[in-house]
Design a protein around this ligand. Structure first.
Ligand SMILES: Nc1nc2c(ncn2[C@@H]2O[C@H](COP(=O)(O)OP(=O)(O)OP(=O)(O)O)[C@@H](O)[C@H]2O)c(=O)[nH]1
Ligand SMILES: [Mg+2]
Length: 438
């Protein structure tokens, strides 16, 4: 393997090169070059089939020819184009070489560009340069990262929405409305209620986007379904029946399960997967360990899109009612027929495995329906989510504040944080997550 020295000291002034297409057998491969030596390097290595140099006199036009090495040997037949700064992806002079795919051609051409003075690009360096040259904003950098890494349609199309400018438009509208609100409050203080409605509408819209983002997180992290209820109702028993093995400890002592026990379930009929979790039962806790276990269960209830609520009681007590209240959605299940009938819950029995199969199908069906109802969100990562949560606090403050000037300043500040205003280190935190060649 050849190791090339990095000639330039000023990293940002280097002309960088990388293979932008994945390795392996494929129709075409693309080598990207960016920096002020791009054009001259291309002219040195690009020839026609008589090995005469092709001088690209027209930028943004595709040229056909050959790449040669330093001994003037043919390397591959290619298409090339040159984009002059600032009208390129990075905002610098750029060249793209489309060669044949496969394991050799791209690497050969890359090493020739490096022999001619390029430096191997670092991860995400092209997009980093694009950001530095104000060709992309932070939200678009983050959206590009999500688009490349997406493995479901909702994540993918959310990223497309942000890239197409929906996120920027959303923030711009908030900013205009907040500014408008403050001006109107001063000019027409009598119409206070009407003005408040606008801010309330924005708060509601942000809440809707936050909810959609939570849904996307469920998809990303895997759908979790905890089995919850009071202690000793048979949660661990039900868990074992659903997964088809004796994984969780079943015992007639109250408070047997402490740490959550989980198993991934793949439902091939519905083509979905989810994580089933056996949890510590909820009770009037006495010991410190029990209290901690119950705290964990409550977190799971709160953060899961659906829980299986197990009870064997004809009358639900306050603990059980609180579990239901805490959950986003619950599916009631009982080992007792009369209890199931009374609450219109799902009846299950270890002596009748059809009831277990039926429950499994019902869970899969609900997950499938919920997934189909998910919508794209303009909030696509934690940084943005935190910003919008903070913004909603500022907006609520604005609603309740008699001196809107201070609250408005606070809102503007939060919008700025969401929108960009970041340090060099922070943007590199994002761009370094890209592959080399992006
Ligand atoms: N009669 C009867 N007993 C059951 C049934 N399911 C569970 N049990 C019994 O109920 C007791 C508690 O079962 P577990 O599955 O450990 O209950 P749990 O809800 O996980 O309890 P904790 O982990 O303490 O919260 C055990 O003695 C089981 O044998 C059932 O269908 N019928
Ligand atoms: Mg248990």
């Amino acid at each position: 393997m050849q190791i090339y020295p990095v000639e330039s000291v000023d990293q940002n002034n280097d002309t960088i090169a990388a293979i932008s297409t994945p390795s392996g057998i494929g129709g075409i491969g693309i080598i990207r070059i960016s920096g002020n030596k791009s054009y001259s390097i291309l002219n040195k290595i690009f020839v026609n089939n008589k090995k005469e140099h092709i001088y690209i006199d027209n930028e943004r036009m595709v040229f056909h020819g050959w790449i040669i090495d330093t001994n003037s040997e043919f390397i591959d037949e290619v298409l090339c184009f040159y984009m002059k700064a600032p009208r390129s992806y990075t905002g610098e002079d750029m060249v793209e070489i489309q060669c044949h795919g496969g394991n050799i051609s791209c690497k050969q051409i890359l090493s020739i560009t490096i022999q001619q003075g390029c430096r191997l690009a670092e991860k995400g360096e092209f997009i980093y340069r694009a950001y530095q040259n104000k060709k992309v904003t932070l939200d678009k950098v983050e959206a590009t990262l999500q688009l490349i890494n997406a493995d479901n349609n909702i994540e993918y199309f959310s990223a497309v929405d942000v890239m197409s400018g929906k996120y920027a438009k959303f923030i711009e509208n908030i900013f205009i409305n907040v500014a408008d609100y403050t001006m109107n409050i001063r000019l027409y203080p009598d119409n206070f209620l009407e003005k408040n409605n606008i801010i309330q509408m924005i708060i509601n819209e942000i809440n809707m986007e936050l909810k959609k983002y939570d849904d996307i997180c469920y998809l990303r992290n895997g759908y979790t379904i905890p089995i919850v209820g009071k202690t000793n109702v048979g949660k661990s028993q039900l868990f074992n029946l659903l997964i088809g093995e004796e994984k969780a400890i079943v015992c007639d002592e109250s408070g047997t399960t402490r740490d959550p026990v989980e198993t991934k379930i793949y439902d091939l009929n519905y083509n979905i997967q989810y994580k089933l979790i056996d949890t510590a039962g909820i009770t009037q806790s006495v010991s410190k360990a029990e209290k901690l276990a119950i705290k964990k269960t409550k977190e799971l209830i709160r953060n899961s899109p659906m829980v299986i609520f197990l009870t064997n009681h004809l009358e639900l007590d306050n603990i059980e009612k609180d579990i239901i209240k805490l959950s986003q959605n619950h599916m009631g299940v009982s080992f007792k027929k009369e209890v199931a009938e009374k609450h219109v819950y799902q009846f299950v029995s270890k002596n009748n495995l059809n009831t277990i199969e039926y429950l499994k199908n019902k869970i899969a069906l609900i997950i499938e329906q919920q997934m189909n109802s998910y919508q794209t969100s303009i909030i696509i990562n934690e940084r943005q989510r935190k910003g919008f949560v903070k913004l909603n606090k500022s907006l609520t403050h604005l609603l309740n504040n008699n001196i809107p000037n201070i609250a408005l300043k606070d809102c503007k500040h939060t919008i700025n944080i969401i929108n960009d205003i970041k340090t060099i280190e922070n943007i590199q935190d994002v761009t370094k997550q890209f592959c080399v060649g992006k």
